[in-house]
Design a protein around this ligand. Structure first.
Ligand SMILES: [Mg+2]
Length: 365
């Protein structure tokens, strides 16, 4: 079974989140963008992958079409690990992090979908079995920079059944508002997206500590300053999470060796796909660090995260649900937890096929 064809399909689905849209990567962020990587084999099996593309869709798409596809077409679709290694080696001059690996992640996820479909089993079966059929979700609130809105959205998520809340805020009033809205028993995580120097992070960690933060995420720029992260968690006694901006198992090994985090956050559409995610998870297990997947996704990357988490022998991981209100979803109900839990797909491959009508409506050139 050989890889016969690789296509990219980009969709942009408008969303609302109850706050003022803001810019990211030089663009206003008001659509959820999914770069689908559609792979077809010479036996007619179609697999779907997703490459990270937030504010970089055109670049990642070009990487899939012009760098990945020419090297992958004609190769054995079942030799996923071998192809991952060959492409990483073959493309190392173009950079081991960022766009190249995002593109490779999209292909890798599609190949696992194909492998599951070819064997007639869900992807989690290929990854070691499903220890669990449903997985706890957390509501990953968007950025509001407004305490009242954060409180309202916190309450909304709790009413919907979520039992864990993550904020994307960097100031005390918003964190306080969420804690007051949630009460004392709900774990609240604070994702800051690399805003501070190590010194600033130390001062902010002290200010945020009274609100019983479950983890503080990416407090320091640059994200690969693992020694400063390690010092922050050691000296301030605050739990840290990071990893969505690390690519490949090699960088995660450095992070873990430095004792930089309490929760490690590989992102399947960025790290190198399912193949590389599994390597990261194995390293994390050997360090006794909990894997907490980064997955603010609504495409095959989201389903892949469910399978990876379901197949883990080590419990503890929560599944991130970006708390946006999407105009449409290619996976319908699968993106919505019920009473705070996601169902793990049980059909061959990653799960449901993406909705062709939704793709047609929201497809962009
Ligand atoms: Mg984050």
């Amino acid at each position: 079974m050989k890889i016969a064809k690789i296509d990219t399909i980009a969709i942009k689905v408008p969303f609302t989140f109850g706050g003022q849209p803001f810019g990211w990567g030089g663009k206003v962020w008001n659509t959820n963008d999914i770069l689908l990587v559609r792979v077809e084999t010479d036996t007619g099996i179609v697999g779907w992958g997703e490459a990270f593309c937030y504010a970089c869709l055109e670049a990642v798409r070009a990487s899939v079409e012009h760098m990945i596809a020419p090297m992958a077409i004609g190769r054995d679709a079942g030799d996923i690990a071998g192809l991952s290694r060959a492409l990483q080696q073959g493309l190392h001059l173009q950079g081991r992090y960022g766009i190249t690996i995002f593109a490779l992640s999209g292909l890798d996820i599609a190949l696992w979908d194909i492998a599951g479909k070819a064997l007639g089993v869900p992807v989690h079966r290929l990854l070691g079995g499903a220890g669990r059929t449903e997985l706890p979700a957390y509501a990953s609130l968007f950025k509001y920079r407004n305490a009242e809105q954060v409180a309202a959205r916190t309450k909304m998520a709790l009413d919907q059944g979520y039992r864990y809340i993550k904020l994307h805020e960097t100031e005390v009033p918003e964190v306080r508002a969420s804690r007051e809205a949630a009460g004392d028993d709900i774990p609240i995580m604070v994702d800051t997206n690399c805003p501070w120097t190590p010194e600033q992070a130390r001062l902010m960690a002290r200010k945020l500590k009274p609100f019983d933060i479950h983890w503080l995420e990416e407090p320091i720029f640059p994200p690969e300053d693992f020694l400063s992260l390690a010092r922050l968690r050691r000296e301030e006694g605050i739990a840290l999470a990071a990893g969505e901006n690390a690519c490949t198992a090699m960088e995660f090994a450095q992070m873990l060796r430095a004792e930089a985090v309490d929760y490690v956050q590989p992102s399947v559409t960025k790290v190198g796909g399912i193949t590389e995610f599994q390597k990261v998870a194995a390293i994390a297990d050997s360090f006794g660090v909990t894997v907490m997947p980064h997955s603010p996704y609504f495409g095959p990357g989201f389903l892949a995260t469910l399978h990876l988490a379901a197949a883990r022998a080590v419990p503890g991981g929560l599944i991130e649900r970006f708390h946006l209100d999407l105009e449409a979803s290619i996976y319908g109900k699968w993106i919505d937890p019920v009473n705070g839990f996601f169902k793990v797909p049980q059909v061959p491959g990653l799960g449901p096929e993406p909705d062709a009508d939704v793709i047609k409506t929201y497809r962009v050139k």
